[in-house]
Ligand binder design. Structure first.
Ligand code: ADP
Ligand code: GLC
Length: 495
């Protein structure tokens, strides 16, 4: 099948969160499964710099007027991959050549012309499905998150006009970000007037790119089975649960996986010493990673102090006030905290203050640092992910794979990937971490204390760590599920 994946980010070229990890890994897994997958990306500076041998393919006209843009194609070489990914890139410097975050300006405000910047992404996808590149035409367009949400809408109307037969799949990575803007922006989108309707892009009088994807795609997916259920409820539906229930029959939750080329403690070049665990052995490297990490971060070099790590965007979603509130308990029990993250100013400030007050026990690195992220998973004992909501979550999966046991709330993909250390799940060999239910200090604290209690029982800790590290999490099985969804999309597009 010829599949065009459309996303705003792709690891290793441009990443602000888990979307990039998925967008980088899925095409490779599809290609490994024998599919003809390509990607389409906006020409952000990091993307133009990372795609090799870029050559012009065609020009096309903007949806909002006579302005013309170029489409180029090249290759993204990925370490360890059998073949490079073929990438189409939209050349639009006036829209994409801006420093920093792809979505926001320096004051963290969404760019005022985001509707144009990302309409163009969906539009270019639909142009490709209508023959913009005469040598390759997708049969299925797979759009990720609101940034690509208009692709299914454009395809729907192109199919009505008989100019394509491509099917569409839309994946929700995070319903909290919907790409909403003022109603007058609709005129820029090049969609027929009926699309601005409750049964379409209209959302409380405004334009919603997310709704465009949810309403018009042939098939919908999200990134875990639990989140697929949660978003159909008013509590977690962000105002779209009604539509999601209506479309529940075509919505599938497909759990994200881990790219073993990027995240593998046995081969990770960011670690001072690799490690792996056939039956819990060959773990000396992990102790060394911890010692070096403690040293590097200025923490007390104590092998016996459980090291809690946190690698995260610092936003409300991630439940970080629970971590702040529970920090006294964590320290009183003899633990250490190492955090890497950036985001909301008040959270950055609050964590910085805690590090300044206890530099030998709390390390806070504000910023984005891929290498340090790997080192934290490598050296950590516990990975904290106490999210309010979590569509899938990748850091808890990296924690599992690196034997840094996840402490998570039972929500979204966290509920689908971590098994609490209850006596029965320890006995059966299923336990992989610490799970709490209620989003409050008391429940979080109990999970923390459970982690400390297990840490005191070294043989049990090693056993649980072995379970965690052995949990299968490769992309092949997720890719198989996506291929099935693509087939369904193709089928429903053809009818
Ligand atoms: P989300 O996509 O909601 O941010 P995920 O857990 O799915 O959450 O993915 C987060 C990804 O971003 C992971 O690959 C994580 O390692 C990475 N990450 C988050 N913050 C940082 C940071 N400050 N430095 C390096 N990597 C980070
Ligand atoms: C989103 C979600 C996260 C998920 C990631 C990749 O950013 O917040 O839970 O893992 O997308 O699907």
């Amino acid at each position: 099948m010829r599949i065009l994946q459309v996303s705003a980010e792709l690891f290793p070229l441009l990443k602000t969160g888990g979307l990039a990890d998925v967008a980088g890994a899925l095409p490779l897994a599809l290609m490994a499964a024998g599919q003809d997958a390509r990607v389409l990306l906006p020409g952000f500076p990091a993307i133009l710099a990372g795609v090799r041998e870029l050559a012009p393919v065609a020009e096309f006209t903007a949806p909002w007027g006579p302005e013309r843009f170029g489409l180029r194609a090249g290759r993204i070489a990925i370490d360890g991959a059998a073949a490079p990914i073929t990438a189409y890139v939209i050349d639009a410097p006036a829209l994409y050549d801006r420093p920093g975050n792809p979505y926001e300006d320096a004051t963290r405000q969404p760019y005022g012309d985001n509707h144009r910047r990302f309409a163009l992404l969906g539009w270019a996808a639909a142009q490709l499905a209508q023959g913009l590149d005469p040598t390759w035409q997708p049969e299925v367009v797979h759009a990720h998150d609101w940034h690509a949400g208009l692709a299914p809408a454009y395809l729907h109307f192109a199919r009505e006009a008989g100019t394509t037969r491509a099917g569409s799949v839309f994946t929700v990575h995070n319903l909290a970000y919907q790409g909403i803007s003022a109603p007058w922006n609709f005129a820029d989108l090049g969609l027929p007037a009926p699309a601005f309707h409750m049964n379409g892009l209209e959302y409380h009088g405004q334009v919603s790119f997310m709704k465009g994807g949810l309403y018009f795609a042939d098939r919908l997916t999200t990134v875990s089975p639990t989140y697929a259920r949660e978003i159909q409820t008013p509590e977690q539906g962000f105002g779209l649960d009604g539509l999601l229930r209506l479309r529940g029959g075509v919505l599938t939750g497909i759990l994200n996986a881990v790219d073993g080329q990027v995240w593998n403690p046995a081969t990770d070049s960011a670690l001072v010493q690799g490690y792996h665990t056939p039956e819990g052995r060959h773990m000396a490297g992990k102790a060394r990673c911890k010692a070096v990490l403690q040293h590097q971060l200025g923490l007390a070099e104590r092998p016996d102090a459980p090291l809690f790590i946190l690698v995260s965007r610092l936003t409300e979603q991630k439940g970080l006030h629970l971590v702040l509130g529970g920090l006294d308990t964590l320290l009183a029990e003899g633990g250490q905290l190492a955090l890497l993250g950036n985001g909301e100013a008040w959270l950055e400030q609050a964590f910085r203050q805690r590090a300044a007050a206890a530099p030998r026990s709390v390390s806070v690195t504000i910023g984005y640092n891929e290498t340090l992220a790997h080192q934290l998973f490598g050296g950590g004992d516990v990975t904290l992910v106490p999210s309010l909501f979590e569509p899938c979550g990748l850091t808890q999966m990296y924690g599992l794979k690196y034997g840094s046991l996840p402490l998570v709330r039972r929500v979204g993909g966290l509920a689908d990937t971590v098994v609490d250390c209850t006596l029965e799940d320890m006995a059966s060999g299923d336990a992989t971490g610490f799970v709490f239910d209620r989003f409050d200090a008391a429940d979080y604290d109990r999970a923390l204390r459970r982690a400390f209690a297990l840490y005191q029982r070294a043989p049990d800790w090693r056993r649980v760590r072995g379970n965690a590290m052995r949990r299968p999490a490769d992309w092949a099985s997720a890719a198989g599920q996506y291929i099935e969804v693509y087939r369904q999309a193709l089928e429903s597009a053809g009818t």
